[in-house]
Design a protein around this ligand. Structure first.
Ligand code: HEM
Ligand code: HEM
Length: 402
């Protein structure tokens, strides 16, 4: 069999690319769905999820590299001529699907790599010796969620296109019995000689534009998961506390943990802060109530809220009650010193935070590090191989004086 394409059939290089990429993409879909549906829970389950996603990403990257090589090869090759040039609509439909498959084969794995690169930490590694992240892609949870939304919608689109493509191929094989299949599979000598007529350039251009239009849709679907930039506190529900001096208007309360060596960031959607603060003495007090069930934490939200960790069912709320102390020296942050209760355990905690007040609006931002073992969280995870001991708690808010 010839390496190059002929007007009648695809050569063995194009066939090798077609079938290897087809297998890799179908495998990536199957493994992605498998990983997405694995049960969350204990350490063994978490490790299984990491492993499955690592394989998924590696298979997807292999597909992307092969598609890039295939693209170069295809550009340098003649394309077998249409078998039935008179069936204009059918040829056009087939070409739209081919173009859309080409676009999908590139943008879908690319969106996976982008979401992996932008994820703060990323939780499952691509199994290769090269770098993990694309250069110039910032670690940004909101950005990662956007690519994830595209990836999650895009695979449905790609799967739909593959289904159409396969139905078309089967129609040729079963209904038309015209030997079209032997152009890509089977004996190329059995492929009939297509008529010499060729359509003009316009149908090709229109098909390419239609295929592009198909892929524009998923790119504009807003991210579905709650993320920092898109979850202003006003809607994410921290309500103003009772007459307390300052009412929270906007803000984010998040945590970061280290999982299998990478950082995973998440947020609480529901919390409320009761703040009293006197700008003259630069002192006050604060009480924060957090709804544990409102936590989203990467792919392991359910595990984090489950019995091994925060145990939202038994301990639905966490609280932080503290005195606000003035900055110990000029240029230093304020300190909220008090008691933090999580999962039913109370420990002393100190939260340094920056505060700026303009008129009756205050902006505050701070973070502290706690040790999960002090709260008996993840007691079954005695070392840090799966989940680190340190947990960063961070917040950023603006509040208005009442
Ligand atoms: C699994 C069942 C599949 C069958 C039976 C099949 C069959 C075929 C056939 C017969 C052709 C040649 C069409 C012609 O004569 O012009 C073709 C081309 C093509 N197939 Fe498939 N295919 C399958 C899966 C896939 C998958 C999973 C993808 C990608 C996601 C794919 C992407 C393409 C593309 C892009 C072309 C056009 C080739 C080019 O532009 O050079 N196919 N396929
Ligand atoms: C042809 C290539 C690929 C296909 C067809 C594909 C398909 C899928 C599917 C079906 C899922 C599960 C569905 C879901 O979560 O809603 C998924 C999830 C995921 N994929 Fe891919 N993928 C591909 C390549 C990649 C690559 C190259 C990476 C990273 C380097 C990647 C990273 C991810 C991640 C991180 C998730 C989980 C997303 C989340 O939970 O939000 N994928 N992919």
């Amino acid at each position: 069999m010839k390496a190059s394409n002929t007007p009648r059939a695809y050569g063995w290089v194009a066939r090798m690319f077609h079938w290897t990429v087809a297998v890799l993409i179908l495998a990536a879909i199957a493994i992605g769905l498998y990983a997405d549906n694995l049960p969350e829970g204990g350490e063994a389950q978490l490790q299984a999820i990491f492993a499955a996603y690592s394989v998924h990403k590696t298979v997807g990257m292999a597909a992307l590299i092969l598609v890039a090589a295939r693209l170069l090869w295809t550009l340098a090759q003649p394309k077998p001529r249409p078998l039935h040039p008179e069936r204009r609509l059918e040829n056009f439909a087939a070409e739209v699907v081919h173009w859309a498959l080409w676009i999908g084969m590139i943008v879908l794995p690319l969106s996976g790599w982008l979401l992996h690169s932008a994820a703060p930490g990323g939780f499952a590694r691509i199994l290769w010796p090269f770098g993990q992240r694309l250069p110039f892609v910032p670690e940004d949870l909101a950005l990662s969620e956007r690519f994830a939304t595209f990836h999650e919608v895009g695979w449905w689109l790609l799967a739909g296109l593959i289904a159409l493509h396969v139905v078309g191929a089967l129609k040729h094989a079963i209904i038309d019995r015209d030997g079209a299949m032997s152009r890509m599979a089977g004996n190329p000598n059995r492929a009939p000689e297509p008529p010499a007529a060729r359509p003009g350039i316009l149908p090709h251009v229109l098909a390419a534009v239609a295929a592009l239009a198909i892929w524009v849709g998923p790119a504009f679907i807003p991210a579905t998961s709650p993320v920092a930039e898109e979850t202003p506190l006003a809607s994410a529900a921290p309500q103003a506390g009772p007459a307390s001096g300052w009412a929270v208007e906007q803000g984010v309360l998040g945590i970061e943990v280290t999982q299998a060596g990478s950082t995973v960031a998440g947020q609480f959607g529901q919390w409320q802060a009761d703040i009293a603060y006197d700008p003259a003495s630069r002192a006050g007090r604060v009480t924060v109530d957090v709804d544990i069930a409102s936590l989203t934490l990467g792919a392991v939200s359910e595990a984090a809220k489950g019995p091994d960790f925060l145990n939202a069912a038994a301990h639905p709320a966490a609280t932080f009650e503290a005195e606000i102390l003035p900055p110990p020296a000029a240029g230093q942050p304020h300190v909220a010193r008090g008691r933090l209760t999580v999962a039913g355990q109370t420990v002393d905690a100190e939260l340094p935070f920056e505060l700026t007040i303009e008129g009756d609006v205050a902006q505050a931002k701070g973070r502290m590090r706690v040790d999960r073992r002090d709260f008996g969280i993840g007691a079954g995870y005695a070392d840090e191989s799966t989940v680190g001991f340190a947990v960063e708690i961070g917040f950023e808010l603006s509040a208005k004086q009442q």
